[in-house]
Design a binder for this molecule. Structure first.
Ligand code: NAD
Length: 334
């Protein structure tokens, strides 16, 4: 029996979480969930979007599954996601985007992995007004954070049988900050001579990914570029409803969909639970439950390919709950 923290999240979070719990149960994995509330729900209930018990639960269980959390744009509280990643030092954000046969997308056979630095860059939250009419946000890049995320990316590539790692940066313009990031990744690359290594400027990378995504395997990059390019990769394989993310540190890991809380669809039983289910697949792999993880992914791929039980974003008419029930049945029978 595993123990894990559960955060259902805001907006569509509770629906996709419920769907995912069904699937984990059907796969026969026993997890004792420690349920905590964060985000808008916690603000209403406890007066704070990030109660202490969220951090303490994740510190004690060491692993968590989380639905998306709403962050107000411009004003209001700071992003809880960013706070969680910083507080738990979840320094690597792994975002695999793979094609599912049967899901309409620009290309077939895409299998890309974005490794996003998760603790610094413009997300360090150091920004201030300069008078009334100017604002400054500070981009922080350190050798330590750059080296450890690079090492994570190369280790991941090695363990996953990948052949190539690409560093993404803007070191031609941001000579000091991105220059330091690139220098750190190049140094780490020397320890992995059996893996191919190259680098690409982020704007060119955006174009290359749209035109010839098959050139890349694992890409490692600072926080902001990773946030943007991982959504681009999600777009390449059929949309945000499909792509999971893992926030990983040395002491704990937190698994979630890449997408947000999509408030306009909340409570409508129509969003795609795939990203959250794939987040659970990553979590089960992290827990060593590889057989269950493979079983869920295999059956999910078959269900998507079959196309009968898919949600409206994939051109179907099935509800979130009904898609989950169909998948749970297939998983329990396989
Ligand atoms: P979003 O990802 O919530 O939604 C953008 C669009 O993507 C939706 O309108 C919908 O068309 C589609 N979409 C997203 N998830 C889907 C799913 N499962 N199935 C089908 N379609 C799906 O992005 P947003 O509207 O920019 O952000 C809404 C809120 O979520 C904001 O408060 C934002 O800060 C927050 N957010 C949270 C996280 C997180 O918790 N990790 C990540 C991104 C955004």
């Amino acid at each position: 029996m595993h123990t894990a923290t559960l955060i259902r999240g805001d907006g569509i979070g509770p629906e996709i979480t419920e769907a995912t719990l069904e699937i984990i149960k059907a796969a026969g994995v026993k997890i004792k969930w420690e349920e905590v509330t964060a985000g808008e729900g916690a603000l209403e209930k406890y007066g704070t979007p990030l109660p202490d018990e969220v951090i303490s639960s994740l510190k004690s269980t060491g692993v968590g599954l989380k639905g998306p959390l709403t962050t107000p744009v411009g004003s209001g509280f700071r992003s809880i996601n960013v706070a969680l990643r910083k507080e738990l030092d979840l320094y690597a954000n792994l975002r695999p985007a793979r094609s599912f046969p049967g899901v309409k997308a620009l290309y077939e056979g895409i299998d890309l992995v974005v490794v996003r630095e998760n603790t610094e860059d413009l997300y360090a939250g150091v920004e201030h007004m300069v008078g009334d009419d100017a604002a400054e946000s500070i981009k922080i890049i350190t050798r330590k954070a750059s080296e450890r995320v690079a090492r994570f990316a190369f280790d991941y590539a090695q363990n996953a049988g990948r052949k190539k790692v690409t560093a993404v940066h803007k070191a031609n313009i941001l000579k000091l900050s991105d220059g330091l990031f690139l220098e750190a990744v190049r140094k780490v690359a020397e320890d992995y001579p059996h893996l191919e290594f190259d680098d690409c400027i982020v704007d060119n990378m955006a174009m290359q990914l749209v035109q010839k995504p098959w050139q890349y395997e694992v890409m490692v990059m600072p926080n902001l570029y990773g946030d943007i390019l991982s959504d681009l990769c999600a777009g390449l394989v059929g949309g945000l409803g499909l792509v999971p993310g893992a926030n990983i540190g040395d002491e704990s890991a937190l698994f979630e969909p890449v997408h947000g809380s999509a408030p306009k669809y909340a409570g409508q039983n129509r969003v795609n639970p795939t990203a959250m289910i794939m987040a659970a697949v990553l979590m089960l792999g992290y827990l060593g439950e590889n057989e269950a993880a493979n079983k869920i992914e295999r059956n999910l791929a078959a269900l998507l390919e079959d196309g009968e039980y898919v949600t409206p974003d994939l051109g179907g008419t099935t509800g979130t709950r009904e898609m989950a029930l169909a998948l749970a049945e297939a998983v329990s029978l396989s």
